[in-house]
Ligand binder design. Structure first.
Ligand SMILES: [Zn+2]
Length: 203
């Protein structure tokens, strides 16, 4: 391929996407430039819209549209008494797809020790506020079975000690190092069903 700066830049950007290396990035870029009107133009517009309108919700950590608001914590018609805390939105999607859990979600956006993540970024204060405001009875910590995930779970448990909620954690059946999004429905189901209580002072 001849060197065209714009194309090189695009290949470099696309190869940063998950599951894509330089080779597949080149194939994607070729497909794009061969379909300027059908792909490049609408994609450029859509990306601009996403950049402008889609941001992280400061309350629940999910993605929200600045036009329609946050579906996760503002547009929900049903009231729930449980909230499930996950690291990433992909974990929420896995749990939703498996139909194991009915309740609110809170997305940390990482773990305490993940690179570049400060405790404030994880929206833990906002979680405590939500638990109090929504009169949540159970907080289910569905962080991954990694050292960072478990450290984060215990930190959150401590942060919730002045709320009335029972705090539970997914069962140890999770494979060590297991990330929620990579679990099959069966494993996820038993991890939810056999979740253990972390705070012992409440009935
Ligand atoms: Zn929200």
């Amino acid at each position: 391929m001849q060197k065209i700066n714009e194309i090189e830049d695009l290949i470099r950007l696309i190869s940063k996407l998950p599951g894509l290396g330089p080779k597949s990035a080149k194939r994607i870029v070729l497909k794009l430039i061969n379909n300027r009107d059908e792909l490049v133009k609408p994609m450029a517009n859509t990306l601009a819209q996403v950049y402008k309108n889609v941001t992280r919700c400061n309350l629940c950590g999910s993605l929200k549209s600045n036009i329609t608001g946050c579906f996760n914590c503002q547009n929900i018609k049903e009231k729930f008494n449980k909230i499930c805390v996950v690291e990433d939105i992909s974990d929420q999607w896995s749990i939703e797809n498996s139909n194991i859990f009915e309740g609110y979600f809170h997305i940390l956006g990482g773990t305490i020790s993940s690179v570049g993540r400060k405790k404030e970024d994880l929206l833990i204060n906002s979680l405590v506020d939500r638990v109090n405001k929504e009169k949540i009875e159970e907080v289910i910590l569905a962080t991954s079975a990694t050292v960072e995930g478990q450290t984060t779970a215990y930190y959150i448990k401590d942060s919730l000690k002045y709320t009335k909620a029972k705090v539970t954690k997914l069962a140890q059946g999770l494979p060590i190092g297991g990330e929620i999004e990579s679990l099959d429905d069966g494993t996820l189901y038993s991890a939810f069903k056999n979740r253990t209580k972390l705070n012992s002072d409440l009935g």
